[in-house]
Each structure stands twice: as C-alpha cells, then as structure tokens.
Design a protein around this ligand. Structure first.
Ligand code: TEU
Length: 555
C-alpha cells in the first residue's frame, strides 16, 4: 500500500475530541458549561494531542434534548455563550492548530424554530417544511411507527386536525426533505458555518432524512424504519450537499448513521460515492447487548474482535470511537471500574488508538471517567431514560431491574460534569451544576493525572504520540489474529512492519496460545519484555519485522 496516497486527507491523522458543552467547563459559574470554558481549556487539549474539536450543538435551543433541538441555526444558546464567543473559539483554536467541527442536526428542528411556528400556522409556504398527515379516523395516528426514544412519532395539532412527524421527541419535528426549499436552507446553514472557519460537520442521524412511504411498519424495536432508513434520495441529498457546498471548502464530514449495516455504511461513506467522509456506526458497542442497547448480556472479546474486524476491513476508512454523549462510559462498559479501573481504562485506550481510522475521544474518557453513581431516576435529566423507564414499566419489568438497566446504559452516564479536580463540584463550576457530579471526582480527576507520568492521561498522550510517529499505526492494514472470550489479538501491518495489540479483557491471568514475539512498544504494566502470559486487564503492543520469523493465525 502506498501511504502517500492518504496524506492529502489531513483529517485522517487527527485526534478528534468531542465536547458536550454544557458538561465541560463552566466559566461563569451558573452551573452550565459554556464556550468561554472551552476556550480556557484549549491549551490542555493541545497538550493532549487533539487536532479537531467536535462540539455537540451550541445553537439556540429550548434544550428539550440538550441542544439537539435547534431553534436558530445562526445563533448561539445564551446559556452557552454568544456568537462572539464562538468566533473567538474558532480563532483561538486555529492558533493552536485545532479545528472546530460543528454538529449538524438537520433531520429535525425544535418545535420552537420559526419555520415550525410558521408551518403550524400555515404561513406562506412553510407548511411544507415539515411532515403533516391526516389521522386514520378518530384519535388514530397516521401510522404505527415508533420513535427512537421509544415513544409516539405523531403529534396531533388541534387547529389543523393533522399530525406532524417526529422520529425523536415531540419537540423535534422532522423536516420534509421532499421540499427543495428545506435543502436550500440546509445548504445556507452549512455555508454560514464553513465561512466562519469551521473544519467540518458531524451529521446527526444522517441516514433517515427521507421518508419514502408512510405505510405501517413491521420492524422491532423501532417500527417503521424500513420506510425511511438509507433511501436512495437520502444518498442523492448527501451527494448534492457535498458537491454544492462541502467540496468548496477544505473540510470533512462524519455522519452518524443509525441502525446501519456494513453494506449501507459503504454506500454512505466509500470515497467514490462522494457522500460522507466517515461514519459512526454502533455494532462494536453492542456486542454485550440484546435487541435494545438497554438489555445487557455477557461480554465476549471474540465477538468484539469479529465486529471490529468486519468494520475495520469493510470500510476504506473508519471513525474509531468507544464513547460519546449517548453511550455509557467505556471503562464501566467493556472495562472494569473497580479494582482494575486504571488498568482496564488503559487497555481500552490501547485497543482504540491502535485501530485504523480517525480517532474520536469523548471528554473525560482520557481521565477514565466512569458511569454515574446516582441512586434514583430523579437525578437523571435525559428524556430517553425517562421514556425507556416508562416503556419497561408498561412491559411489567420490575422497578429494581429497570433501574439496573438504566444505570448501565443511560445517556446521562456520559453527561455528568467533566472532573477537573477534587473540589466540591469537580472544578467544573463553583455552584451546583445542572446534573450531578460523580462522587468519584475526588479520586478520578484531571488535576491528579496531568503531571503524573504513569497516569491514564499520560498514557493517552503517549499513545497519541506513538500513532503520530508511526505510519503503520495510522495507515497499516488491520488484521485479526486471535481471540477467545477473554483475549484479543490484532495486528496492523504496513510493508514489512507489524504491530500486534494483545489485550486481556478479564480479571484473571491468561495465556496467549501463539508463539508471538517482538519489541515492546507500549504496555499498561510498564513491561520491557513480552511473555505470552497476560495479567488481568493487561494490554501490550509489540512490534516486529515480518521478514523475521513471526507466525500468526487468522481467526
Ligand atoms: O442520536 C441518534 C440516535 O439514534 C440516538 O437515539 C441514540 O442512538 C440513542 O440515544 C442511543 O440510545 C443523535 C444524537 O446523538 C442524540 O443525542 C440525539 O438525542 C438524537 O440524535 C436526536 O437528535
């Protein structure tokens, strides 16, 4: 493989750091994180090795879904700052060679967006900006679809005796992509932000824009998906946005594709399709979940390696991530957040940063933040968690089990304030934040790790540096080598160089049954030499020359 062919795409080598603004850093001490807070932490991010910041939405919003319900795409949520702050953030970050990527939420707006108010009131031609349908008789919705938040998708409007569609919350009405004017509005929004100097977009639920028919749905758990997931016209819209807007800027896009399979993902993101650059898919985070991501089953490293292999080899380039604002903390999910907290967080870092693709780290991941420690649902803020609880109640699932599952998977696990230090509110704010701070901020915080060469944070910095220095880690092919239910071994190969990542996902010592050898590149136990026995949650990367005698199998 010729490495130079990749180098024109600068975003392939970047470490992208996702910020959930309201939970990152509160500069004005009102309990909600803000843009000025982000600016104050730019040097920290630079030092970590970050090249791009993806900001979860900062636009004007009534915050029914923490900003994923936008009421004005050209304005900033006053709780988070002002347009001047945003301009300053883009400029200051640029000085540090950090690009800003915005969240582009265009499947829906807020019901408080001016377009929707006009649509509801049938002003000018705004009615057609959204999806309105007659019901099927008295009190009966237009079809049987269910929402991504496990709820209704149709909201009745008395004045017009029609329903509007919302695949998410009822305060998030879906835009109508049959309407050319909607697409023109989206292009205008994209140009506005690109002209302000941002380097790309993370595109929210980008594979469900076009609703092809409105017949009843069959699927489970989300009924109706087959009528709007990855439709041809959706692909056409993405190609047009690319051609008309994105191709005129030096930028990149990462699309969030819901319920996507590999074949659909290829259509959305392979380079020759000229749609999106990379994709967020979910398979690799659900190997220990049934049907819904709220129902757990036993973790299995072999299964995880199979899923990783499928996607690593199936796409030309991956978006590699293990956490975001919708997922539980990875150390509490695939790691172990008790006695092996630090070691298992390092193991996950080792796995992630030796995979092939653009790397995405979520705020707090680099210091090993864990799932929250709340004791009741009253402490939660996320609408999805409340809906899931209601749904499970309807299915007669007893309260303790409901709480157990919500604790495991609630999106609020990732939304507690960033733990900067051990002070009362974790150095996030001086007053009680909008959502509780995890009590473990006394032990797990940035200040205690930043100058400790053996901390998790330092380990992230080392791995990031290793990647920067190695074409094999950046561009080498991914090869699956060995796994069983606890162990995982994979390789990255470029010309004659091979890097092997060996991981033990269990709290017992285990032996790798392969005759592998090589020079130690990094180890979460500070080993100088590789021996085939891995301690609990041990991770080690070894390097070798394929011309030397190395044997490895494929699973
Ligand atoms: O998430 C899309 C999505 O499908 C979510 O439902 C997610 O998969 C689910 O919450 C996991 O349980 C995006 C955003 O990331 C999310 O925060 C928003 O709530 C949603 O879109 C609506 O904009």
């Amino acid at each position: 493989m010729d490495v130079t062919t990749f180098h024109n795409e600068w975003w392939k080598e970047k470490i992208v750091y996702q910020i959930y603004p309201r939970s990152f850093c509160d500069s004005d001490n009102d309990g909600i994180g803000d843009i000025a807070g982000i600016i104050s932490r730019l040097p920290y991010l630079k030092d970590l090795g970050v090249g791009v910041i993806w900001l979860s939405p900062v636009y004007a919003s009534p915050d029914a879904d923490n900003g994923y319900d936008i009421s004005d795409y050209y304005d900033i949520n006053p709780k988070l700052g002002s347009m001047d702050d945003m301009t300053k953030l883009i400029e200051q970050a640029k000085k540090l060679d950090i690009g800003i990527m915005m969240d582009l939420v265009i499947n829906h707006t807020s019901d408080e967006h001016e377009w929707f108010t006009k649509s509801r009131n049938k002003i000018d031609d705004y009615r057609n900006y959204y999806i309105w349908r007659k019901g099927r008789g008295k009190g009966k919705a237009p079809n049987n679809w269910t929402s991504f938040f496990m709820d209704e998708v149709w909201e009745y409007d008395h004045a017009s005796d029609e329903y509007y569609l919302h695949l998410f919350h009822k305060k998030q009405p879906d835009l109508n992509y049959e309407n050319e004017k909607v697409i023109a509005e989206v292009e205008k929004i994209m140009r506005f932000w690109l002209d302000k100097g941002i380097v790309g977009f993370r595109c929210d639920v980008i594979n469900v824009l076009v609703k092809e028919t409105f017949e009843d749905g069959k699927g489970f758990p989300i009924k109706g998906l087959e009528h709007y997931k990855s439709k041809e016209q959706n692909h056409q819209i993405l190609r047009d946005l690319r051609q008309n807007v994105l191709s005129h800027y030096d930028c990149f896009t990462v699309g969030e594709a819901v319920m996507v399979n590999l074949e659909e993902a290829r259509l959305l993101s392979e380079p020759d399709r000229k749609e999106l650059d990379i994709l967020f898919y979910f398979d690799h985070l659900e190997v220990d979940r049934y049907v819904s991501r709220y129902i757990p089953k036993r973790f299995n490293a072999l299964k995880l390696l199979k899923v990783l292999t499928k996607w690593q080899q199936g796409l030309s380039w991956n978006a590699v991530y293990f956490e975001n604002h919708d997922q539980p903390r990875i150390v509490s999910h695939y790691g172990q957040d008790k006695e092996y907290w630090e070691r298992s967080a390092k193991l996950i870092a080792t796995m992630q940063l030796t995979l092939r693709g653009t790397q995405f780290i979520y705020q707090g991941q680099e210091i090993g933040m864990t799932n929250f420690d709340f004791s009741s649902i009253d402490e939660l803020r996320d609408i999805e968690s409340f809906n899931i609880d209601r749904l499970m109640k309807k299915l007669f699932i007893p309260k303790p089990l409901r709480w157990k599952w919500i604790k495991l998977s609630s999106r609020d696990n990732a939304r507690t304030p960033m733990q900067w230090d051990d002070s009362e509110y974790g150095g996030f704010s001086t007053i009680k934040p909008w959502i509780g701070v995890n009590a473990n901020h006394k032990q797990i915080n940035q200040a205690s790790q930043v100058d400790d060469p053996e901390s998790l944070l330092s380990y992230y910095r080392q791995l990031i540096q290793l990647r920067k220095d190695s074409d094999t880690l950046k561009y080498g092919e991914f090869v699956s080598v060995y796994a069983n239910s606890h162990l995982m071994v994979f390789a990255r190969v470029l010309e004659s160089e091979i890097y092997l990542t060996l991981l033990n996902f269990s709290s017992k010592q285990r032996k790798i049954p392969l005759p592998l050898s090589g020079e130690v590149v990094i180890s979460n136990l500070l080993r100088d030499e590789y021996c085939s026995t891995l301690e609990a949650y041990e991770a080690i990367v070894i390097k070798n020359d394929l011309n030397a005698e190395v044997e490895y199998d494929y699973i």
